[in-house]
Design a protein around this ligand. Structure first.
Ligand code: 13P
Length: 245
């Protein structure tokens, strides 16, 4: 399956950061994987303009479940689609913990994203305590059941497995842990979607760098990465992208 490498800039980036997208264009001209950059809302339209004529697509980091209405401060999937976004990250663990986003809310947002023509990147992942208690697979399976909506297909949905304890910590699960968890996610997707579940891309996220990317991409059922810190510098992000092709 063609890999997808997505960069989540989180709450980082002013207009000057668009230079990283310009540099990335130069570094990834011949990439044979899909590349997505998810800057903050304020930079999406500019990032779309900057990436025009390249293989880079642009995504957002969240959207609201409704398309319009009295939701002060929120942004809808239709608004994102209108300014050229193709993807939206949903249910990131930072939003699940800071804003108490539950699985049902993530599923409602994903439905809105799909209706607007966006591909959702639905994030799943256990905490350190859940991993240590031997509950990681159960937790991830339950999150998948609750967060992936009816109508999800391999063309409108991507899964990102991001263990909470691996995000921004430099800690990475063992290859065996990644393999086991991704296999469980694949099985759950096939249970949900039948044959089409085989074609949903499952990304790994959590302390991915140019130096560990190739080993992670060699794991069965890993079809790319969702990258935080290492996506902020074009040279490091390009190193991850070149490990995927
Ligand atoms: P890091 O790559 O900085 O660990 O972040 C991962 C992440 O949260 C991507 O969504």
């Amino acid at each position: 399956m063609r890999k997808l490498i997505a960069g989540n800039w989180k709450m980082n980036g002013l207009a000057s950061s668009l230079a990283e997208i310009a540099a990335l264009k130069g570094l990834t001209g011949t990439a044979t994987c899909d590349i997505v950059v998810c800057p903050p809302f304020t930079l999406i339209e500019k990032a779309v303009a900057e990436s025009r004529g390249s293989a880079i697509l642009v995504g957002a980091q969240d959207c609201h479940a409704q398309s319009t209405g009295a939701y002060t401060g929120d942004v809808s999937a239709d608004m994102l689609a209108e300014i050229g976004a193709h993807f939206v990250i949903l249910g990131h663990s930072e939003r699940r913990s800071a804003y108490r986003e539950a699985d049902a809310a993530v599923a409602a947002k994903a439905t809105a994203a799909h209706k607007a023509g966006l591909t959702s990147i639905v994030c799943l992942g256990e905490t350190r305590e859940e991993r240590e208690d031997g509950r990681a697979i159960d937790v991830v399976r339950a999150q998948l059941e609750g967060s992936v909506p009816e109508g999800a297909t391999s063309s409108n949905t991507t899964i990102a497995y991001e263990p909470v304890w691996a995000i921004g910590t430099g800690l990475v699960p063992t290859i065996e842990q990644i393999e086991e968890t991704h296999a469980a996610i694949r099985q759950a997707l096939e249970g949900r979607m039948g044959y089409d579940g085989r074609h949903v891309r499952i990304l790994y996220g959590g302390s991915v760098k140019a130096s560990n990317a190739a080993a992670i991409f060699a794991v069965p059922n890993v079809e790319g990465a969702l990258v935080g810190g290492a996506s902020l510098k074009a040279s490091e992000f390009a190193g991850i992208i070149s490990a995927a092709v």
